[in-house]
Design a protein around this ligand. Structure first.
Ligand SMILES: *[C@@H]1O[C@H](CO)[C@@H](O)[C@H](O)[C@H]1NC(C)=O
Ligand SMILES: *[C@@H]1O[C@H](CO)[C@@H](O)[C@H](O)[C@H]1NC(C)=O
Ligand SMILES: *[C@@H]1O[C@H](CO)[C@@H](O)[C@H](O)[C@H]1NC(C)=O
Ligand SMILES: *[C@@H]1O[C@H](CO)[C@@H](O)[C@H](O)[C@H]1NC(C)=O
Ligand SMILES: *[C@@H]1O[C@H](CO)[C@@H](O)[C@H](O)[C@H]1NC(C)=O
Ligand SMILES: *[C@@H]1O[C@H](CO)[C@@H](O)[C@H](O)[C@H]1NC(C)=O
Ligand SMILES: *[C@@H]1O[C@H](CO)[C@@H](O)[C@H](O)[C@H]1NC(C)=O
Ligand SMILES: *[C@@H]1O[C@H](CO)[C@@H](O)[C@H](O)[C@H]1NC(C)=O
Ligand SMILES: *[C@@H]1O[C@H](CO)[C@@H](O)[C@H](O)[C@H]1NC(C)=O
Ligand SMILES: *[C@@H]1O[C@H](CO)[C@@H](O)[C@H](O)[C@H]1NC(C)=O
Ligand SMILES: *[C@@H]1O[C@H](CO)[C@@H](O)[C@H](O)[C@H]1NC(C)=O
Length: 473
């Protein structure tokens, strides 16, 4: 992770900065779009994360900005990317106790903002042009989380698809703030998920998620988000009547009104898990040279979202000892990075051979971080006390597996879009089920790997939506 730095402020300066930040964020969203390309390629040594005071920024509906009241910053750090010189639009620099935006009219192309600073009414911004267009080439992975009362995008009660493992509220988690954070990329806006639009984008098509349980997590989030736009929930059902459980791995949900399906196929490694004779014993092995046998089901999808990462651990790969197999040969020992690279190469060849990129759009989601504190998942690691995102991410290095994936994708014939969610999810220690992954909290093992729903995977799906939408423009 990039290093972060803190600033400290005197109270009056803090207010000024608060105000400055707010104006900067607006200006950033409205004006820096043209700068996007140059700023994303330029190396930015410091990423600082402003997090706005929750509860004061509220009720921004799509075309109805009613009142925004920015009074405090939780975090005394300012994003470097927020260009402070842009805040010159603030005319009244008198110390204000609060800034209240009485009116923000948005007629589609222009936003007019009239504000009250202290007691005197001043025009804070000129009428500014809003670029509503989705920005191509914007780096969504860099940004910060903003508390936003308009979230979550769906309620727990309105979605029957969340299975027990992700149903934190149903399992007794009481704090809700973790569902209300919105990811704000620094160089553009991530459009709010529009379920109707998404369903229109996939009308008559197959949206398919393939991967481990974290992809099931994301797929369930997608089902919930889409369901919110369906008038009659009975017109959404599993094709073979299956109930979602941890065990079964094949599901295809049909949205009758849009003649589309949203499917999930479990594949922990994307390559074929099998067994082979090693000496006297038959042992579980992984054919890193052969694609998962379920792959016939992935073919013909219109949108494919892959992931694999979490099972490539020392523990789950038998430490690489007599586990990886190529042809009839079982490697006595193989380094997990090498094996991962070979498996992903097998996957990439399969994609290049079987996927018609004119029909199918391929995504690969990068690894999602875990947040075990004070131990590993099986040795008392915990995250249950977290109810607020991290103010800065831990000193983690960008995972090697992601780098391997990036390298392999670059060499492919088929264009693959990386859903780069690793760094943004690093902040979200508050988003895991912890002890709320089950109805009964008897087990001392916490889940700091998966994500509560509604929650962080909703953001990953907003990114997917962004990419699908921008491709059409
Ligand atoms: C804007 O939001 C306010 C309060 O939420 C509501 O009363 C008003 O009807 C909305 N106006 C429009 C045009 O949606
Ligand atoms: C804005 O903040 C001030 C001071 O914190 C508070 O008195 C006021 O009620 C708030 N207004 C809104 C609309 O939230
Ligand atoms: C801030 O904006 C000014 C004027 O628009 C520009 O000259 C300057 O390079 C920008 N600084 C950064 C760090 O983006
Ligand atoms: C929005 O308002 C601006 C300025 O008042 C005006 O020039 C523009 O035509 C309006 N656009 C629409 C779509 O009404
Ligand atoms: C993903 O995002 C992280 C953080 O912004 C960045 O370091 C990394 O290079 C990105 N990867 C790609 C392939 O864009
Ligand atoms: C979270 O919710 C509580 C009330 O449940 C509230 O007092 C607090 O300000 C909220 N925000 C954050 C960021 O914790
Ligand atoms: C969502 O998309 C639909 C279809 O494109 C559109 O009619 C609707 O206005 C959008 N909703 C919002 C809130 O933007
Ligand atoms: C998924 O379906 C395929 C093909 O019908 C089958 O081979 C595979 O065993 C199924 N997987 C699971 C986990 O149900
Ligand atoms: C795997 O092997 C590569 C090169 O042979 C080495 O750079 C890397 O550190 C090894 N990784 C592990 C986890 O041992
Ligand atoms: C982040 O900063 C806020 C405000 O300073 C504080 O309330 C919160 O506990 C901090 N969170 C963490 C995880 O340190
Ligand atoms: C962060 O990681 C770098 C490189 O691994 C190391 O040099 C540095 O001391 C670490 N910083 C902290 C605060 O742990």
């Amino acid at each position: 992770m990039e290093r972060q730095r803190s600033f400290s402020f005197k109270p009056t300066r803090l207010l000024l900065f608060t105000f400055t930040l707010f104006s900067s964020i607006f200006f950033l969203s409205f004006f820096t779009i043209s700068l996007t390309k140059s700023t994303t390629t330029a190396p930015s040594p410091i990423t600082l994360v402003p997090i706005l005071q929750p509860g004061t920024l509220h009720s921004f509906t799509q075309n109805n900005f009613t009142r925004a009241n920015i009074s405090t910053l939780i975090d005394n750090r300012l994003s470097r990317s927020v260009n402070r010189s842009k805040s010159e639009a603030v005319r009244d620099r008198s110390v204000a106790s609060s800034v209240e935006f009485g009116e923000m009219r948005d007629n589609g192309t222009m936003v007019e903002v009239v504000g009250l600073v202290g007691k005197s009414k001043v025009s804070i911004f000129e009428t500014v042009e809003v670029k509503k267009k989705v920005v191509k080439g914007c780096d969504l992975s860099k940004g910060y989380w903003v508390f936003d009362e308009r979230y979550p995008l769906y309620g727990r009660d309105s979605c029957p698809f969340v299975d027990e493992g992700f149903d934190c509220e149903g399992n007794g988690r009481l704090d809700r703030n973790f569902t209300k954070w919105r990811w704000q990329p620094q160089d553009c806006d991530l459009p709010r998920f529009n379920a109707t639009k998404m369903l229109e984008l996939i009308r008559g098509k197959r949206l398919v998620f393939v991967g481990d349980s974290i992809n099931r997590n994301q797929w369930e989030s997608m089902l919930c988000m889409l369901l919110s736009a369906v008038k009659d929930p009975k017109r959404v059902f599993e094709a073979r009547g299956r109930k979602i459980t941890k065990e079964k791995g094949n599901y295809s949900f049909r949205f009758l009104d849009y003649q589309c399906t949203v499917e999930y196929y479990v594949s922990h490694f994307l390559v074929h898990e099998t067994k082979a004779r090693v000496g006297q014993k038959r042992r579980p092995t992984l054919r890193i040279d052969a694609i998962d046998h379920g792959s016939s089901r992935w073919r013909g999808a219109d949108v494919l979202v892959f992931n694999t990462a979490h099972w490539w651990s020392h523990y789950k790969t038998k430490a690489g000892i007599y586990y990886y197999q190529e042809g009839t040969m079982v490697h006595p020992r193989l380094n997990v990075s090498t094996a991962f690279g070979k498996a992903l190469t097998t996957w990439s060849s399969w994609v290049d051979k079987h996927i018609n990129s004119k029909k199918t759009q391929v995504f690969f989601r990068t690894s999602a971080p875990s947040h075990f504190r004070g131990g590993n998942w099986n040795s008392g690691g915990h995250c249950t006390e977290a109810t607020h995102p991290l103010n800065e991410t831990l000193n983690t290095t960008y995972p090697e597996k992601n780098i391997i994936v990036e390298e392999i994708i670059k060499r492919m014939k088929t264009p693959v879009t990386l859903l780069n969610i690793t760094s943004l999810s690093e902040f979200r220690i508050d988003g895991h089920p912890s002890i709320y992954g089950r109805k009964t909290q008897s087990s001392r093992i916490q889940d700091c790997s998966h994500w509560c729903l509604p929650g962080v995977p909703d953001t990953w799906n907003e990114m997917l939506f962004f990419h699908l939408q921008s491709r059409l423009e």
